[in-house]
Ligand binder design. Sequence first.
Ligand SMILES: [Zn+2]
Length: 345
Amino acid sequence: MADVLVLRAIRGNARTLNLNGKRLQRVPRAVGSLSQLTSLLLKNNLLYQLPQEVAALSNLTLLNLGNNNFETVPQELKYLYSLETLHLFGNKITEIPADVFDGLSNLISLNLNNNQLQHVPREIHKLQRLEKLSINNNCLRVVPKEMCALQSLCELHLANNQLETLPEHIGYLTNLRELRVYRNQLTGLPENVCKLRKLNILDVAGNQIQSFPSHMDEVPLQELYCEENPLLKRQPVSALQDEEILSLKEITARFILSHVQNRDSLLREQIQYYPEARTILSSRNSCAQCGTWFLDMWLECVKFVDVKKKMKTSSNLHLLPMKILLCSYRCFNQRQSDIFGVAVQ
Ligand SMILES: [Zn+2]
């Protein structure tokens, strides 16, 4: 039956070939003769490999391999230079060969939902035209930072995985409008999420988030979903008034950072010769009260912002808790009245 359809398509010089739901275990080799083909639909079959003749389909822009039995992303795809939309959802894919992305430089949409991926190769950054990436319902534990080099990406779907963090580099996805990471194990969002100045939709429901980054109100969100998270409630907690003891590393770092902030400082000039120190100091934060830079000892506080009027949110969200970092108890005692301490767990 499939062979008949392929032959008919060859005779008619077809641009679309629909072989969805034909219980195919293999794709007829004759498809390689369909050089004019732009859409090849092979959804809902029993495929686990592609014939090498597929590589001849140089005009193919849409390929649907959804709901089949692939265990890896087939190598033949790397020859499909015109491909714009690729569906691989609902397979048994545990692996993506790193070089498969080499030829997919025109890909705009990639759907890998409902597979068994534990990681995505770094080479994903080669998909420079990619606008929509869906990897929902997989087993991802990490997002490679190289994914943040996808400059065209508008939509990123990573729901139902096992992510504990998102890369700090996420701020480079400057065209991102929609980020859906619901049902993971995120304990927070990277501060650089606040650099996503086109982000309209954020779905982080069903994670372990207690508070949001401190500049979250600068993101132009229209929709925010965050139900089923242990969000901090507005209950003032006074921070423990222990004696403040900073480590030697922290004292040194604060000393250097205070000099680096000063334009005329000799240390500011000298630090460029110590790349290792610069790397350490690059993870600095600044005190929300006095602006002083510090390294990795701070007081974590929280501010509650009413976002209900600005955006559509989960129905039970009244005030959004946003993280505030302070350098010292001195600043804690001078803080504004809308900043609350966070109980030490
Ligand atoms: Zn301070």
